[in-house]
Design a binder for this molecule. Structure first.
Ligand code: GDP
Ligand code: MG
Length: 437
């Protein structure tokens, strides 16, 4: 999906002023890409319309970089589609918090129960796993294995008791033994049937769970969405865990579930291992779907102002981190033509405003910085770690600044490099196929 979207959006990049026709043409392609990725038809239609509406308006036509603006709108709307903010687990005011995991067979309930237990333990909670699947052979054993690996106790009563009684007994057990979260691993079926829903409803009405989490398999695409819709209609759910996202190349389920059910995706499963469960962040997912997200914008912006070859060299250096004060100086000079530095840095993912403050450089500062770098020897520029106390003094004298200015710059340079490392790592993770959109 990422590739397809980028390809169509790329067509807008080089353009100066956009016509309504340009936008319509590209949105047709975006629509096809989404449909091909198995995004729900109604969702696609609504999505495309809202992007078009915004894109054809003033917001884009009047801007200097209309192509970028459309990409930004697509990014915004993707985020909106998935619910904007990260939704957390809610805890009951009176422990234990009861979390009921439900879903079809093989969706990942048992695995996710263990994964969730681990995340909660990291938050200082003391979870208890409960074996409510009495039908599938070896289901109880499976949960016990998971519990052992996760180092979380498992409550089970064998397969002779009914799940409602097991659930009730487990809560008593939790209260007595100080467990503050009870995770019910319920049984699934191959398909939704009345019997399954009745059983889940019975558990629900008897134990009144704080969270009913539906576990669905991302690889099943639209089926996952349909399952979510019927569980939500029949049982009522509080959130969704989307598993096997590591194997989902299309992203259709991730994009449709919220829009169709109005229930948030709270977690995503990124692998079979028990530490591979992550909170779901709609904005980050949108950026992943659009490829490198804002980094693309950043590079684009750079390319518009720096000549293309230099931009590529810069990018390569960023990635390999053979980045020296000479490059830094050159960048600063280029950046003067690019607009406020803060804005540019803000586009690099993973940089919070806290880090930005550390990096704050105003335009007057730039003149100073230039002078300082120009007072460095060639060797110092290539290898700043050799700049010791006496060198710092010499540089300060040579540039008409003081030693604090020099120290500050050296620190900024270090921070910049650190951030680049972050960027590079992120990109590596994406290349490894951790997020395969
Ligand atoms: P249940 O029937 O709903 O309890 O599903 P299970 O927890 O038994 O999981 C079914 C299969 O899916 C197992 O082989 C799990 O290892 C696998 N699985 C679960 N979550 C993920 C995930 O996020 N990624 C991958 N790759 N596999 C997963
Ligand atoms: Mg199971």
């Amino acid at each position: 999906l990422a590739e397809k979207l980028q390809k169509s959006l790329n067509k807008l990049k080089g353009k100066g002023k956009l016509s309504e026709k340009d936008v319509k043409q590209v949105m047709r392609e975006v629509k096809l890409a989404l449909l091909e990725a198995d995004v729900n038809f109604k969702v696609v239609k609504k999505f495309v319309n809202s992007v078009k509406e915004r894109a054809v308006g003033h917001e884009v036509m009047e801007s200097l970089t209309p192509g970028q603006q459309v990409i930004k709108i697509v990014n915004d709307e993707l985020t909106k589609l998935m619910g904007e903010e990260q939704k957390k687990i809610e805890f009951a005011p009176q422990p234990p918090t009861i979390i009921m995991m439900c879903g079809l067979q093989g969706a990942g309930k048992t695995t996710t129960s263990g994964k969730l237990g681990i995340l909660l333990k990291k938050k200082g909670k003391s979870p208890l796993l409960v074996a409510c699947d009495i039908y599938r052979p070896a289901a109880i054993k499976q949960l016990e294995v998971v519990g052992e690996k996760a180092d979380i106790p498992v409550f089970s009563m064998g397969d002779k008791q009914n799940p409602v009684n097991i659930a009730k007994a487990s809560i008593e057990h939790a209260k007595k033994n100080g467990y503050d979260v009870v995770i019910l691993d319920t049984a699934g079926r191959l398909h939704i049937d009345e019997e399954l829903m009745d059983e889940l409803e019975n558990i629900k009405s008897e134990v009144n769970p704080k969270e009913i989490l539906l576990v669905v398999d991302a690889m099943t695409g639209q089926d996952a969405v349909t399952v979510a819709e019927s569980f939500n209609d029949k049982l009522g759910i509080d959130g969704v865990v989307l598993t096997k996202l590591d194997g989902d190349a299309r992203g259709g389920a991730a994009l449709s579930i919220r829009a169709v059910t109005d229930k948030p995706i709270k977690f995503v499963g990124m692998g079979e291992k028990l530490d591979q469960l992550e909170p779901f962040y709609p904005d980050r997912m949108a950026s992943r779907i659009l490829g490198m997200g804002d980094v693309l914008t950043l590079i684009e912006k750079a390319q518009a102002n720096i000549d293309a070859k230099k931009a590529m060299e810069f990018e390569k250096k960023l990635k390999t981190q053979q980045f020296t004060f000479d490059d830094f100086l050159e960048q600063l000079q280029q950046m003067k033509n690019m607009g406020p530095l803060d804005q540019i840095l803000e586009m690099i993912p993973g940089i919070g405003s806290k880090q930005l403050k550390k990096l704050k450089v105003d335009e007057k500062e730039l003149v100073k910085i230039e002078a300082i770098i120009q007072s460095m020897t060639k060797e110092e520029r290539q290898n700043p770690s050799i700049i010791n106390g006496s060198r710092r003094k010499r540089i300060a004298r040579g540039s008409g600044t003081n030693i604090q200015d020099v120290n500050r710059l050296l620190k900024q340079f270090k921070e910049t490099k650190k951030m680049m490392k972050k960027m590079t790592n992120m990109e590596k993770a994406m290349k490894k196929g951790k997020f395969k959109f």
